[in-house]
Design a protein around this ligand. Structure first.
Ligand code: PGA
Length: 233
């Protein structure tokens, strides 16, 4: 499987950084690269990255195609703006917007309807890991959040306690969780690791079995750091 390195800019990012990415992209073609800017930048970033091989994605979408949903954006609108992927069920959305597995599944199905590839995020909290419940929590999230139909999708395993903290699980914990997810999700689903991926730890993490790429937050905001991670894959 070709590795996928995805950058999640969250509520950050600028066109200057997108231009720098476009320059760096020319240096590689082995890895699939995706950048997920905030909604307001998707159209312009798509235009600036056209022809570079870097795909553009959304960070969320509404489950409906259109309608009276003030402030929301549909998967069809993302597609129209140039996106080919969308992240759904990120733990920050699950927490800040109280998104349940059912909501995440509907958003992933909406992505398929619009012709986007959903990246479905799962991951346990620190308390859940300490209580020995990490596998149960992730299994329930996968069971509840994955859409039916066998269309292309990726899963991002992002332990909540590793996001933005500089902490990561041990290599053997990452490998064990990815093998566990692989058994549930099947051979054709890309399984990304996310949570404090940096140029310094990317090589070790990306070499682990069943790790098919990374979802990178903080380190994707700097084009040089992000490309160091791409080159580590
Ligand atoms: P981080 O975020 O790389 O800053 O830990 C990852 C994510 O939330 O996708």
């Amino acid at each position: 499987m070709t590795p996928l390195i995805a950058g999640n800019w969250k509520m950050n990012g600028s066109l200057t950084e997108a231009d720098r990415l476009a320059v760096l992209a020319a240096a590689q073609s082995r890895v699939e690269v995706l950048i997920c800017p905030p909604f307001t930048l998707i159209g312009e970033v798509s235009r600036r990255l056209a022809g570079t091989g870097i795909a553009v994605g959304g960070q969320d979408c509404h489950a409906a195609a259109s309608g009276a949903h003030t402030g929301d954006v549909s998967a069809e609108m993302l597609k129209d703006a140039g996106a080919s992927f969308v992240i759904v069920g990120h733990s920050e959305r699950r927490q800040d917007h109280v998104e349940t597995n059912e909501v995440v599944r509907a958003k992933a199905a909406a992505a398929h309807r619009a012709g986007l590839t959903p990246i479905i995020c799962v991951g346990e909290t620190q308390d859940e890991r300490r209580a020995g419940k990490a596998n149960d929590v992730v299994a329930r999230q996968i069971e509840g959040s994955l859409p039916a139909g066998g269309k292309a999708m990726a899963i991002a395993y992002e332990p909540v306690w590793a996001i933005g903290t500089g902490r990561t699980p041990t290599a053997s914990d990452i490998a064990a969780m990815h093998a566990f997810i692989r058994r549930q999700a099947g051979a054709n689903v890309r399984i990304l690791y996310g949570g404090s991926v940096k140029p310094t730890n990317a090589k070790e993490i990306l070499a682990l079995p069943d790790v098919d790429g990374a979802l990178v937050g903080g380190a994707s905001l700097n084009a040089d750091d992000f490309f160091a991670i791409v080159c580590a894959a």
